[in-house]
Design a protein around this ligand. Structure first.
Ligand code: GMT
Length: 379
């Protein structure tokens, strides 16, 4: 199959899922065309059946806002025609599903029919998409997609609650390539980050307010008061500066390392003992899954789709949003007891294996096939 993938090329989870999906599909014999404004960050190698087509928006002084959707729609039309793309898979409703619909309409004028699969990732529904400014366009483009998927049951429920959806929503969860997260201990350069008696706690995100970065710092603050510990903060975003200031105020700057964005999170997770994800809302929590695949237990909030990923008392613990007291108590319970910590580490790996790439990617393939068949039949 020739599949066009539209996504955000950044460090966000939706871009990572789209990229890993495209790479795996290419290994399974499909021809993949990534269509976006930059080469996706996890797309290091292009090959015979992995292509990248850049969407550029020419600057024009009349435009206060440069029309990206328009440029994307035109690029989709051109690429579908040039490469005979069979199906478009757009990740994140805004504005990708809308732009793809416009492209589909333009192509139809030329008697070319390309079905659209839209994957909803989270903030396109829970934070941004449900805003009155976007809601009619988001509802329309979800309803007009030929197939729709959501990354958790919770996100499906949120979508049905917040929008007037007439389409079926299939749940296809985030996934993980376990091989990439399996290390032998000698791969880990733990001693560069901490002394032997220190426990390593890690947080990875885009440092937006939805991640509740102050809760990460407050939880760690309580942990380090009782046991020797270091905190690894990985990512970039608006909450990073305030986080550095909070660490300074609490007098723990020497125990906290801010890495910035990293393409080597597997190496950081390799030496981590515990992962913190206290988000306000989270449709799935890909970073928690990546941590668990590395054998790192997760202390998280119990919001959105996180309980579908992190199992209470098995791969970690879940608490109400903002309950940093309980989060730190649970963290200390695991970190203080070496035997329990090892049990949780093993459990985390077992839990992550339920989301193995080889089980999830065929679900997308089945959706593509069914959608293509349905569209051919109705031609
Ligand atoms: O977490 C973010 O803010 C990034 C965001 C994105 O759109 O890239 O992640 C969302 O999609 C991921 C992949 O499906 C999910 O694992 C994240 O849980 C989801 N984030 C939120 O719902 C806040």
């Amino acid at each position: 199959m020739k599949i066009g993938i539209v996504c955000y090329p950044t460090f966000g989870g939706s871009g990572v899922v789209a990229t890993e999906l495209g790479l795996e599909l290419s290994k399974r014999g499909h021809e993949i065309h990534f269509i976006t404004y930059n080469q996706p960050v996890r797309l290091e190698l292009l090959s015979n059946n992995v292509h990248y087509h850049e969407v550029t928006v020419p600057e024009y002084p009349l435009f206060h806002y440069q029309p990206y959707e328009l440029a994307l729609s035109s690029k989709l039309v051109d690429m579908v025609k040039l490469h005979s793309i069979d199906i478009l898979h757009v990740h994140y409703a805004i504005p990708h599903a809308y732009a793809a619909y416009m492209a589909q309409k333009m192509l139809r004028e030329e008697e070319i029919y390309v079905p659209i699969v839209t994957t909803l990732h989270g903030t396109d529904i829970t934070l941004v998409g449900s805003h009155p400014f976007y809601k009619p366009a988001v509802t329309f483009s979800i309803n007009k997609s030929d197939a729709v998927t959501a990354v958790s049951k919770s996100l499906k429920e949120d979508t049905l609650r917040l929008f007037n959806i007439k389409n079926t929503i299939n749940v296809v969860t985030n996934f993980i390539d376990l091989k990439k997260f399996t290390h032998s201990f000698t791969d880990c350069q733990r001693d560069m980050m901490a002394t032997e008696d220190e426990k390593i706690v890690t947080h990875i995100s885009n440092f937006r307010s939805v991640k509740r970065i102050p809760d990460v710092i407050e939880t760690f603050y309580r942990i380090q008061k009782e046991i020797p510990a270091k905190l690894m903060m990985v990512g970039e975003g608006p909450e990073k500066k305030p986080a550095e200031q909070l660490c300074k105020k609490l007098g723990i700057s020497d125990k906290v390392v801010f890495f910035g964005n990293s393409n080597e999170i597997d190496r950081i997770l390799c030496f981590s003992d515990l992962f913190l994800l206290p988000s306000e809302t989270e449709s799935f929590g890909l970073s928690a899954l990546e941590a668990m695949a590395s054998g790192v237990p997760v202390i998280s909030s119990n919001t959105g789709g996180i309980p579908e990923v992190n199992t209470q008392g098995y791969s970690g613990y879940l608490s109400a949003v903002g309950d940093v007291d309980e989060m730190s108590e649970n963290a200390l319970k695991i970190l203080k007891d070496e035997t329990l910590l090892n049990t949780f580490k093993n459990n985390a790996k077992v839990q992550a294996s339920k989301f193995d790439i080889h089980q999830i990617v065929p679900q997308y393939e089945a959706i593509y096939e069914k959608t293509l068949e349905k569209c051919l039949a109705s031609k």
